[in-house]
Design a protein around this ligand. Sequence first.
Ligand code: SAM
Length: 177
Amino acid sequence: MRIIILRLGHRIQRDQRITTHVALTARALGAEGMLLDSDDSGIEKSLEEASGRWGGSFYVRRISSWKSEIKKWKEAGGKVLHLTMYGVNLPDAIPQIVADAGNLMIVVGAEKVPPEIYELADWNVGVGNQPHSEVAALAIVLDRLMAAQGRDALRTQFTGGEVEIVPKKRGKEVISK
Ligand code: SAM
């Protein structure tokens, strides 16, 4: 299953840090890339730096029409999961998503999302039905989706980076490659 993120409603001043965290989390937990509905090039640059240093091929692509990206994705057979606290609670939605989904676009909002997205999505999914954070929601959905397919999001492999962490009980070890 290919997974890409669609980040909607990014405000250049206000959301820079959290959108970067959405992308870093998506990358760390095995998503392929993120489409950013904004002309903010800073996020793209930060993630290019992260991939150069830590490996992998995660990308950020700025887009100008989220609707046409969804249309293209669906025409190619992909499904769309919109993360919203108003949706079907994740544990209740997971079996159907895993059974039906080939490739998956996960839509994550910043400010209030356009109402149409609720209709365009194949699934509107809540990670619990309380308000919290898009970063938390994304991390949990990626982890659970992969676990339901027998994969471990925390064992995603990253190749081609300049450095690699050697996990340690105490202290820090980073090797140059
Ligand atoms: N104020 C915005 C509104 O009224 O829609 C929502 C802000 S919220 C922090 C930003 C994004 O986090 C939402 O668009 C949604 O994607 C995600 N989010 C927050 N809580 C969630 C939850 N319980 N389940 C799924 N996604 C959630």
